[in-house]
Design a protein around this ligand. Structure first.
Ligand code: FAD
Length: 230
């Protein structure tokens, strides 16, 4: 059962972000999925009912990106705390009484991080010698949101922004009823669908697809990608 909140306090909490400049007044519910499957269910329902969906991270954004100004439902990513199963030992950290985990493949210098992990927690969990290079100043922002808005930091002058360090994304789209796509991307290069879980779905070719991972996230949020490739 997907946790949903409709009480005034919860709606008010998600009605704005750190900008404080925009407020949502007619949000129906805030949903807290814990898995990709639950995100699929939410998006399928929203797609069928024509309900607007806005994704929220930690709400530290400074431009109202997570604010559902046109109403609908908010999908909060804070309970996405566990990565997809892999044959790697999970590294764990606790925050606010919740356990978060990531996988690290030290042979490849790669980390598998769920969307709801803050960059502060990520820094804590990464073994010595590995780092999330862009290092945005606000540490409570989530990695999923950092990628969505291509967050940067002081180290970006040397290392580049968040999207330069994305090797792959698991993306949930509103118009498929199977598990998400796995999308891979070379740092700074084109994205490629490496697996399409829905056999009835005609996957777009690379040339139709977005040119970088940040675009994929933004399109997923607005639903534009699903609408563009039915
Ligand atoms: C004091 C302070 C300092 C800051 N310093 C920096 C800085 O140095 N560099 C910088 O770039 N930013 C900075 N920011 C802005 C902010 O912290 C970043 O933009 C951060 O990446 C937002 O993360 P969040 O989890 O709070 O996202 P939110 O504000 O909740 O959401 C941001 C956007 O991402 C979308 N989103 C969230 N999660 C997902 C997801 N899983 N999939 C798709 N879309 C998603 C939301 O819809 C929204 O559009 C700062 C903010 C503050 C308050």
């Amino acid at each position: 059962m997907i946790r949903k909140a409709t009480d005034p306090e919860s709606l008010a909490e998600f009605a704005t972000d750190e900008s404080g400049i925009v407020h949502a007044s007619n949000v129906e519910a805030v949903c807290f999925p814990e898995s990709e499957q639950e995100i699929c269910e939410l998006l399928i329902e929203a797609n069928e009912t024509g309900t607007l969906v806005t994704t929220s991270g930690a709400g530290t954004g400074l431009n109202g990106g997570r604010v559902a100004v046109h109403g609908g439902v908010v999908i909060a990513t804070q309970d996405l705390r566990t990565p997809q199963p892999r044959e790697l030992p999970a590294l764990r950290a606790e925050q606010f009484g919740q356990q978060y985990s990531i996988y690290v493949d030290e042979d490849c210098n790669e980390a598998y991080v769920p969307a709801g992990v803050s960059t502060e927690l990520l820094d804590q969990m990464l073994p010595d010698g590995l780092l999330y290079p862009p290092d945005p100043t606000e540490k409570s922002g989530f990695i999923g949101a950092n990628i969505a808005c291509n967050a940067s930091g002081a180290r970006t002058f040397h290392y580049g922004a968040s999207r330069h360090w994305v090797l792959g994304l698991r993306v949930v789209l509103p118009n498929i009823n199977e598990l998400p796509w796995l999308v891979s991307a070379k740092p700074g290069g084109d994205a490629t669908i490496v697996r399409d879980f829905n056999t009835d779905f005609r996957a777009p070719t690379q040339s139709h697809f977005c040119t970088d991972t940040g675009e994929i996230c933004r399109d997923w949020q607005s639903g534009a990608l699903g609408a563009a490739y039915p």
